[in-house]
Design a protein around this ligand. Structure first.
Ligand SMILES: [Zn+2]
Length: 357
């Protein structure tokens, strides 16, 4: 079991320095999530999929994408949503797709029936939702079911029927959760985690038992043996939490209220421009590293660089002074979070990927 992240854009605000705007695929054993989907997402996806086929020898099936998770409404994170949904319609998609993102509490109040007119900022997702509907993003027009959900972190509204619902869980064993972050518009980080795994069977304390008793205990059944009841749970260590990744979206430096194994965090600026980062509610590479330490992340991956950064060595150096395991992402890179919690960084090259050692 592993988690893999395909990084399709690492630029902040606009394409620059050969980088494109935000968009990632998180691949789990049960299916995929797309986290953010900026302008031109599907162009990069087409290229990435053919590279995966040619050099990694496997296909990324779009029917396996069960949800688009948006971190906020800025267009460099959302403008690719509708064109890509329309392409999936042309490709004959039939599977349900969730599109989930944050808005303000005032908008949620209004959606749930409050009379007060909410103040809505230009790029709020509720405006984009209305626009997308007008442009044909309905289940009827697309030919596959689309469930649109907006929330304020606490309350979630199914836009299809206006009802309040718990945060949807598009997959059975993989869990998603939204964690508020601080930006100029409502924003959140998305945490994606695999289900808990069974603890290890204790071979040492069961070694005196006959094989059939051992097999039964290992399968989770309590067994009567020599007049005693042996409890299966006594022969297995506690459950092991599933692998987890958090993707920050755009945010000022701030604690994220959850732990994770891998944190993918924006690093728009360097510490030397901390004042501009604060002013625009973005983070520095050092700030991203401090957040990674705070949420106990084993690994930190930097992304979302300002156009003023033509390389990311300084970002990397700055973050590595604070956190022991940091990589700097480029467009097309892949990150594999392995079962043993190690991280493999596959760096995009002309032909396929090279593994960083
Ligand atoms: Zn951004």
């Amino acid at each position: 079991m592993s988690l893999e992240v395909h990084v399709l854009g690492t630029s902040s605000a606009r394409p620059a320095q050969g980088r494109s705007v935000s968009g990632s695929i998180v691949e789990t054993p049960e299916g995929m999530f797309v986290v953010d989907c900026g302008e031109g997402f599907q162009n990069r996806l087409v290229k990435h999929r053919s590279q995966m086929k040619n050099y990694a020898g496997r296909r990324l099936k779009m029917s396996k994408v069960s949800a688009i998770l948006l971190t906020h409404g800025h267009l460099d994170h959302t403008w690719g949503v509708l064109p890509w949904m329309q392409t999936m319609a042309l490709d004959g998609r039939k599977d349900k797709l969730w599109v989930i993102g944050p808005t303000t509490s005032e908008v949620i109040d209004a959606l749930l029936g409050s009379e007060t007119e909410p103040e809505v900022t230009p790029s709020d997702l509720v405006i984009q939702y209305d626009m997308w509907m007008d442009l044909g993003a309905t289940s009827e027009a697309l030919g596959y079911e689309v469930q649109w959900v907006l929330g304020d972190g606490e309350r979630w509204v199914n836009m299809n029927d206006g009802s309040q619902i718990p945060l949807p869980q598009p997959m059975k064993k993989v869990k998603i959760s939204a964690h508020s972050t601080q930006h100029t518009v409502p924003s959140c980080a998305w945490r994606i985690s695999l289900g808990e795994r069974k603890g290890k069977f204790d071979r040492e304390s069961s070694k005196h038992l006959p094989d059939d008793v051992k097999a039964s205990l290992a399968a989770g059944n309590d067994v009567e043996y020599n007049g005693d009841v042996l409890k299966a749970t006594d022969f297995r260590s506690d459950t092991i939490p599933g692998l987890s990744v958090i993707i920050s979206g755009d945010t000022a430096e701030q604690a994220i209220d959850s732990d994770c194994d891998l944190l993918i965090h924006e690093a728009t600026f360097l510490q030397s421009h901390a004042d501009i980062a604060n002013e625009h509610l973005h983070s520095t590479a050092a700030g991203a590293a401090r957040t990674a330490v705070e949420c106990g992340a084993n690994h930190l991956a930097l992304t979302h660089y300002s156009a003023r950064l033509d390389r990311h060595d300084e970002s990397l150096a700055e973050a590595r002074e604070i956190h022991g395991s940091v990589v700097a992402l480029s467009d097309g890179d892949r990150l594999v979070l392995n079962d043993d919690l190690s991280l493999t960084h596959l760096i995009k090259s002309e032909e396929g990927w090279t593994q960083q050692v």
